[in-house]
Design a protein around this ligand. Structure first.
Ligand SMILES: [Cu+2]
Length: 116
């Protein structure tokens, strides 16, 4: 009888630990990584879960395009993009109802974030 009881207790402990781990991994703030390369913003289209706040992390990796700034028209935000320095832009929950577009400072290159 006793070994069975110990096995049961161990099984409960393992399940509880598993649940805790799953909860932890689902609660981090989400980051959306964008790079500016010779081809423009990459990726040009990113999907995020609808209604979730996230941080846009933009890193310009080339001097060969005009995209030295990123503009988010809906938020009236404009951020300089220093070469090889990640720029973090907080996007509050609910801002991306469907699609959030961003463009370079001259409105030539751009991309979008789509809520799913
Ligand atoms: Cu441009």
């Amino acid at each position: 009888m006793k070994p069975v009881l110990i096995a049961l207790v161990l099984a409960v402990l393992v399940v509880a630990a598993g649940c805790g781990a799953a909860q932890k991994s689902s609660t981090g703030p989400q980051e959306v990584q964008l790079a500016v390369t010779d081809r423009g913003f990459e990726p040009a289209r990113t999907e995020i879960p609808r209604g979730q706040a996230f941080t846009l992390v933009v890193t310009r990796k080339t001097d060969q395009t005009c995209a030295t700034e990123i503009v988010i028209p809906r938020l009236s935000e404009r951020h300089a993009l220093p070469l090889n320095q990640p720029v973090r832009i907080e996007i509050p929950a609910g801002v991306v109802a469907d699609t959030l577009n961003y463009v370079c400072g001259m409105n030539m290159l751009g991309g979008s974030i789509v809520a799913k």
